[in-house]
Design a protein around this ligand. Sequence first.
Ligand code: GRF
Length: 193
Amino acid sequence: MGVDKLKLAIFISGRGSNMLSIIKACKSANFPAEIALVLSNHPDAKGLIIAQNEGIPTEVVDHKGYDRRENFEAEISSRLTKYDLDLIILAGFMRILTANFVEQWPRRMINIHPSLLPDYKGLNTHQRAINDGKAEGGCNVHYVTPDLDSGPVILQKRVSILPDDTAATLSDRVLEQEHIAYPEAIEIIAKTL
Ligand code: GRF
């Protein structure tokens, strides 16, 4: 009823299942956001095909074409100016962004990370949690700050780690929670912006 929806850019590098969970959420009339753009650093990311089939504009900025991270990010920033964006969503985007880029989007860039932060920042989160005998794993949606996987947490979902879990089985169960968490986090943010 006259309330503008948040305009999202989703950054991906691969299969894009979290992106798809947000696409589905955006189909609900009451969801407070819409996707303006999906951007990938991999030209062959499977998620790009999903986005294109949904009629969502896509951009590819292949990091391999840039010898400096700053130049890669400058090209991303240039592409973003074509869209009227409110929020950047990192959804399996596997490039570390510099402080210079992150600081252009204060409280306007969020990430999903598959561990119970502050534990297990970085990669191989599920195997590390299993190796340490943890009882629980999970995921968080958090604001992006210059320190990797360290920004304020918006919400967290927890799952039990079962005795016979492998990194793959735990990852599957956490991913189900990620797909719930990301749309919920966007709804939370929409109330604050
Ligand atoms: C997810 O597990 C996410 O937490 C991590 O990368 C994975 C991306 O999966 N950052 P997808 O591309 O969204 O399917």
